[in-house]
Design a protein around this ligand. Structure first.
Ligand code: KIV
Ligand code: ZN
Length: 519
């Protein structure tokens, strides 16, 4: 059932833009394989529309939209296009591979964008909308038009724009809160006014697309639904430009949990939410904050004695939804060093992983190694280990060996043996501390100096024998990428996370590994 043919007036269509708006988060760049993995999770979860990228932006983006379009079985696949014929053609070319394809084209409508960015008059913008939407409709039946910065656009002009888009054949109209400026009451009113006052609006699906600059993206999305919107644009984990987009998992669970106050429904299989969150967090190398609603580590943790007492007596005392309803399972003791391949494969399947033969073999060897070194291996350890393994497939620069000497008030020296495109070399360097020495040695080894934007380490589980999960963000010529690694040793995890990020810089630039970034 598509957004324009479903007659159920209470159905809210979920448009996921993790792969487009989400990927615009600084450092959240994904490889093609990662995008396909995310798209598969979204499709299996029941997302209605997947925005797979911005095809004109680069060949890589175009190829990603084509690949997602070919792979996706159920969802509509869309690509973004500015109000430019070449953009629209490129998007049309990319989504024609989909079972159900859509072109999503947009133009700014607010006075501030018209005056400073577009340098166009209102009449010129109306003409652009009519011409570009009609062009898109000539290529495909399913066309979404967005009024960029709609929430800072005077209502009368916004209505004229929407009317022009509908007349030209747009089947979905999106009114984005591009800068996260709206508040719920006025957002609801904007949708109600436009839908009730524009001719033809009653036969069109209206969509909300809210950014989270004031922390109101989910509240505004729900207000838009009350005002008549029946499509919501959102991202897993709320990934997105600046403070992010509205979080898919929060919208879906709010509608499900508070159906009494909001009588609308989605077709999302909510037990997939936790897994989708993990897949996106690993693919985008973007950690989920601990207290993030629905999918954060602490979202279902009860710390205070009074809460724990209530939970033991009746979970509903302090829990408005069950962890199981969003796919969170009890953290269980996995297995020990005597567990075999079959048991490990079963555990991976239970955790939602299907690995190819080589990846499975590598993961199994690492699991055995971990089980040898760590007393208890938990589900979270396996997830960290496999995400690390999958996230570093294809890395051209690898850590072979390292030795670190660190003395209080004295020298901090790292010796690193790196394999660069299969060739090994060893370099030794000093720093103000162990991590500084390691990162300096790597920079020396690869011959370039990306800027370190972020370095963070966390324990995968509790205890001093817990694996360390290290996260590194690097910047080079305005491009930001992230890298992750999990290891029992914090310093090794840090070195591998740095290398993982560095390898991503290489993928994006398609450069040779040694000295790739020089100049
Ligand atoms: O935030 C925004 O306005 C957008 C549009 C391109 C839909 O992302
Ligand atoms: Zn946006």
């Amino acid at each position: 059932m598509s957004a324009t043919t479903d007659t159920n007036k209470d159905r809210v269509f979920i448009f996921d833009t993790t792969l487009r708006d989400g990927e615009q988060s600084p450092g959240a760049t994904m490889t093609l394989e990662e995008k396909l993995q995310v798209a598969e999770a979204l499709d299996e979860m029941g997302v209605d529309i997947i925005e797979a990228g911005f095809p004109i932006a680069s060949n890589g983006d175009f190829e990603a939209v084509v690949a997602v379009a070919k792979q996706v079985k159920r969802a509509t696949v869309t690509g973004l296009a500015r109000a430019i014929t070449a953009d629209i053609d490129r998007a049309g070319e990319a989504v024609r591979h989909a079972k159900k394809g859509r072109i999503h084209t947009f133009v700014s409508t607010s006075p501030i964008h018209l005056a400073h960015q577009m340098k166009k008059t209102e009449d010129e913008v109306i003409e652009i909308i009519a011409r570009t939407v009609a062009h898109a409709r000539n290529l495909i039946d399913d066309v979404e038009w967005s009024a960029m910065d709609a929430t800072r656009t005077p209502l009368e002009f916004l209505k004229r724009c929407v009317e022009a888009a509908i007349k030209a054949g747009a089947t979905t109209i999106n009114l984005p809160d591009t800068v996260g400026y709206a508040i719920p009451e006025e957002h609801e009113k904007m949708f109600r006014d436009v839908i009730s006052q524009v001719p033809g609006a009653d036969k069109t699906i209206f969509s909300a697309h809210c950014h989270n600059d004031l922390g109101l993206a989910v509240a505004n999305s729900l207000a838009a639904v009350r005002g008549g919107a029946r499509q919501v644009e959102c991202t897993i984990n709320g990934l997105g430009e600046r403070a992010g987009n509205a979080a898919l998992e929060e919208i879906v669970m709010a509608l499900r949990t508070r159906g009494d106050a909001m009588p609308y429904h989605t077709e999302i299989e909510t037990t997939h939410l936790a897994r989708a969150s993990k897949i996106v967090s690993a693919a985008a190398n973007f950690p989920v904050q601990y207290n993030k609603a629905i999918v954060g580590k602490n979202a279902f943790a009860h710390e205070s004695g009074i809460h724990q007492d209530g939970m033991l007596k009746n979970a509903e005392t302090y829990e408005i939804m069950t962890p199981a309803s969003v796919g969170i399972k009890e953290t269980t003791l996995v297995m020990g060093k005597h567990s075999g391949r079959a048991a490990f494969k079963d555990k991976l399947r239970e955790l939602g992983y299907e690995l190819g033969d080589n990846a499975f073999q590598e993961a199994f060897v690492r699991f055995k190694d971990l089980a040898d070194r760590k007393k208890h291996v938990y589900d979270a350890d396996i997830v960290a280990l496999v995400d690390d393994e999958v996230g570093s497939v294809g890395d051209r620069i690898k850590l072979v060996d390292m030795e670190v000497i660190s003395k209080t008030g004295g020298v901090h020296r790292a010796s690193m043996t790196l394999s660069i495109d299969g060739e090994e070399s060893t370099v030794t360097y000093e720093g103000t501390g162990s991590v500084d020495a390691i990162f300096n040695a790597i920079k020396q080894g690869v011959g370039t100096e990306p800027n370190l934007v972020l370095y963070a380490v966390d324990g995968v589980t509790g205890g001093t024998d817990a694996q360390a999960s290290a996260h590194v963000r690097l910047e080079m010529n305005g491009r930001i990428v992230s890298g992750n690694a999990a290891e029992p040793d914090t310093l090794v995890a840090s070195a591998r996370a740095y290398l993982n990020a560095y390898n991503r810089l290489l993928i994006e630039r398609g450069a040779s590994a040694q000295g790739a970034m020089a100049g």
